[in-house]
Design a protein around this ligand. Structure first.
Ligand SMILES: *Cc1c(COP(=O)(O)O)cnc(C)c1O
Length: 395
């Protein structure tokens, strides 16, 4: 099957490109001894979990279902190869009804408040698990993207220094059980989004300033995700300096849990032109939707890269590209082309492996794009197709 023959719309994930990212990440792990996990929320195409698990130390989950997916699709196949796979989880609040099952799958559980440690910590420790607390270093290093900034004022993510230190007084006063804080094996922070290691360095300074007294009492620290390690120009040596600092000063095992960096620029969304219309400008309507198939284009927002296209006006024919839904704002962006677009033309949007198939939806009854795996020989294999049933069954 060739690219031209693939059904559209479809996500194409390239195994070879994923593996290139994995080699970069494994390099960091091998040089420093840090442990790197896949954050499944960015990329959960489990056809590639065995490959990912061979390069990384495991995966992390945002809840029960991702934890189960890691257990079934990464840990189980790797166990057959005799390889270990760590299964971590963080949730802002765990539901009682999920907890017993989470304990079956996960070896590391990260909590978001002392009260959650009080509620679940002893059970987790009794089951032989490592437990951690997510801290909020109160150090914003990103501008403009408050919805991606866990350090923004009023954030519910992570315990601030003030809340962290309350536990010592509350233990003394009997409000919290004595020794509660001693249950912790590690601390976790996640504050970055598509950032370089200078932002990590700044964040670590805040972590040390606010939590130094506690760093000597734990075994590990998790730097979260948002490290754009596989992006061209990312400063890997500074990242490794940050890792070594925590290892050498405090004797800590360092975890990183990137999502984006694992599958960055490793996938495409192939779409077809359905129709062109004119309203003061040329507009092409595609069989893919920003709202349904690439929601981050509207949420972030950003203009995705598109093969063989230019900025508006750069090439002779400029079009606004939009989806077939009813949403007026279902617009992917303005692009220019060497030739006029016509029905049936194929367009290839870049960097569509991450935060795409994990976030898509069937608003307007839109069909979900097929998922195609391009293996290392260059062969295209249709991994999943979706139909009417996938729309109907959720309603
Ligand atoms: C989102 C998230 C990640 C992964 O972030 P990326 O930006 O995809 O690298 C890791 N850990 C936690 C707790 C997250 O919420």
């Amino acid at each position: 099957m060739t690219l031209q023959e693939l059904p559209t719309p479809c996500y194409v994930v390239e195994e070879g490109l994923i593996e290139e990212n994995l080699k970069i990440l494994r390099g960091v792990a091998e040089r420093t001894g840090a442990r790197i996990l896949l954050a499944q929320k960015a990329f959960s195409m489990y056809a590639l979990y065995p490959l990912i698990g061979r390069y990384l130390s495991g995966a992390t989950a945002s809840g029960l279902y991702e934890a189960r997916l890691c257990a079934e699709e990464m840990a189980a196949p790797l166990a057959l190869e005799g390889k270990a796979c760590e299964n971590h989880i963080f949730s802002p609040a765990y539901a009682e009804k999920d907890f017993a099952e989470i304990l079956q799958y996960c070896d590391h559980l990260v909590f978001n408040s002392w009260n959650q440690v009080k509620k679940y910590g002893k059970r987790a420790k009794a089951a032989g698990k490592c437990i951690g607390l997510r801290i909020n270093p109160e150090c914003s290093t990103q501008e403009g993207h408050a919805i991606y900034d866990p350090c923004a004022p009023g954030s519910r993510l992570g315990v601030t220094r003030e809340e962290f230190e309350k536990v010592f007084m509350e233990e003394r006063e009997g409000i919290m059980p004595k020794g509660l804080h001693k249950l912790l094996d590690g601390l976790h922070f996640h504050t970055l989004c598509e950032q370089d290691s200078d932002a990590l360095e700044e964040t670590l300074e805040a972590v040390e300033k606010n939590f130094r007294a506690y760093l000597g009492n734990i075994k590990w620290i998790n730097f979260g995700g948002g490290h754009h390690i596989t992006r061209k120009g990312y400063d890997i040596s500074r990242l490794e300096k940050c890792i070594r600092r925590m290892q050498e000063l405090y004797g800590l095992t360092v975890y990183l849990e990137p999502g984006e960096a694992v599958a960055l620029n490793a996938g495409f969304l192939v779409a077809s032109v359905l129709e062109t219309v004119y309203n003061g400008k040329n507009i092409a309507i595609l069989d893919t939707s920003a709202a349904c198939h690439m929601p981050d284009v509207l949420e972030m927002p950003y203009r995705p890269p598109l093969e063989s296209s230019g900025e508006p006006g750069e090439k002779p024919f400029t079009y606004r590209l939009g989806g077939p839904t009813c949403l007026a704002g279902d617009v992917i962006g303005d692009y220019s082309f060497d030739r006029p677009l016509k029905e049936g033309d194929r367009l290839i949007f870049g960097d569509m492996a991450i935060y795409s198939m994990v976030k898509n939806n069937t608003f307007n009854g839109m069909p979900l794009p097929s998922i195609v795996l391009r293996d290392k020989t260059g062969e295209y294999r249709i991994w999943k197709t979706f139909g009417y049933g996938d729309f109907k069954e959720r309603l």
